[in-house]
Design a protein around this ligand. Structure first.
Ligand SMILES: Cc1c2[nH]c(c1CCC(=O)O)Cc1[nH]c(c(CCC(=O)O)c1C)Cc1[nH]c(c(CCC(=O)O)c1C)Cc1[nH]c(c(C)c1CCC(=O)O)C2
Length: 370
């Protein structure tokens, strides 16, 4: 079957991630790693030496290749399509550059409410982001059903941060000014983003994505009050409308993961916001999160990304503690944020293998006891 059509995909051989996300029983804990395709892999660095960052995103064959790199090396239970959250501001008409050693940069960030008129408000995602859909479809075929493929988008507040701040920042003071000075314009921008994000995520499912993760990476710059006003309502609309619109297109909805980094104050609300899975950063105590979410959702996370600097033996000890705290059901193991570029890939292997072998062992022990 042609690799460019979103049909007749190879049969899925490992559905652990999907079962865990839906709250079904799993014989071992599935695991994947945020930024699992990235600079800690020499084959990724080789690809980047030849190709500019957004060129990799925009070329389905290259994005597919990079997505598969960690899958070839490690026994991961999911692949995540190689792209970036900032392709959405690009689709809205903004210029984004990826500057080596610095990160993303917007030469013309939004400064005042009137700048909203510069954005393309009627984005046709098939035209502007069709390359991501093509990369997803190609990757679904090339994965040969080995593991499911995760699609993703940045969340409205997080994208608003970059579009106004113009890049990374310690304080995100410029977008925060908008929240307090230009409340109406802030909601206008968040609505523009929500609309395109919904279309974008639906398009990813139609193209073949089997789970979706929404990255609210800058939730930690908000407080409970601003999160409830400027982030949570939009996150809920996204979960609800993506499900409805996927169904309306005659497709089965896929499980959705919300990762709101730094939103420890919102875990109870996030568990009721329409997502099947709530991702936790490494500052959250798994037992507290279990208590707050009461089995309503699957939890994802949350080993300190820095723990991959520990020895392989120490990594096993840390993984065991993490699994004991989460329990082995309704859990998807991951780091609490993206992997650092200076991590030794052998330690990623130790992490992945430890999650599998230790969770299986705990499950067998509890079966024997019963
Ligand atoms: C905030 C954010 C961005 N991008 C993303 C987020 C949300 C996750 C998070 O909170 O980290 C999401 C993202 N970015 C990338 C992926 C690919 C899929 C994966 O393997 O996880 C995903 C899921 C590739 C990338 N995106 C980027 C890289 C490294 C840049 C390079 O290759 O030169 C990769 C592999 C660049 C990027 N892109 C972004 C930043 C701030 C940076 C620079 C930071 C850095 O240098 O690590 C924006």
């Amino acid at each position: 079957m042609a690799a460019n059509t979103a049909e007749n995909f190879p049969e899925l051989k490992n559905d652990l991630m999907l079962r865990a996300a839906r709250g079904e029983k799993t014989e071992r804990v599935p695991v994947w790693v945020m930024r699992q395709a990235g600079r800690y892999l020499e084959e990724f660095r080789a690809m980047r030496a030849e190709n500019e960052f957004f060129k990799v995103c925009q070329t389905p064959e290259l994005a597919c290749e990079v997505t598969l790199q960690p899958i070839r090396r490690f026994q991961l239970d999911a692949a995540i399509i190689f792209s970036d959250i900032l392709v959405v501001p690009q689709a809205l008409g903004m210029t984004v550059e990826m500057i080596p050693g610095k990160g993303p940069s917007f030469p013309e960030p939004l400064k005042l409410p009137e700048d909203l008129s510069k954005l393309d408000k009627d984005v046709d995602v098939n035209k502007t982001l069709g390359y991501v859909f093509d990369a997803i479809t190609l990757t679904r075929h090339k994965l040969e059903g080995k593991v499911p493929l995760i699609g993703f988008s940045g969340a409205p507040w997080t994208l608003m941060c970059y579009m106004i701040e113009g890049g990374g920042s310690e304080s995100m003071s410029k977008p925060k000014q908008w929240l307090y000075k230009y409340e109406e314009a802030s909601h206008q921008l968040l609505n523009i983003l929500t609309k395109v994000i919904i279309d974008y995520l639906v398009g990813q499912v139609i193209a073949g994505a089997q789970l979706l993760q929404v990255f609210e990476s800058h939730a930690g710059h908000l407080c409970a009050r601003t999160f409830n006003t400027f982030a949570l309502p939009y996150l809920s609309i996204i979960a609800r409308q993506v499900e409805e619109k996927v169904r309306a297109q005659g497709k089965e909805p896929v499980p959705m993961i919300i990762f709101a980094k730094g939103a420890h104050y919102a875990i109870e609300d996030l568990a009721q916001s329409g997502y099947e899975v709530v991702g936790l950063d490494w500052t959250v105590n798994p037992k507290t999160a279990r208590h707050q979410t009461q089995g309503k959702v699957t939890l994802q996370g949350n080993m300190d990304p820095g723990a991959l600097y520990a020895s392989k033996e120490e990594i096993r000890t840390i993984v065991r503690e993490m699994l004991e705290q989460f329990g082995t059901q309704q859990h998807i193991a991951n780091l609490g944020h993206g992997i650092y570029p200076t991590i030794d890939p052998d330690h990623v292997e130790a992490f992945v293998d430890a999650v599998h072998s230790i969770s299986e062992e705990i499950n067998l022990d509890s079966k024997k006891k019963n």
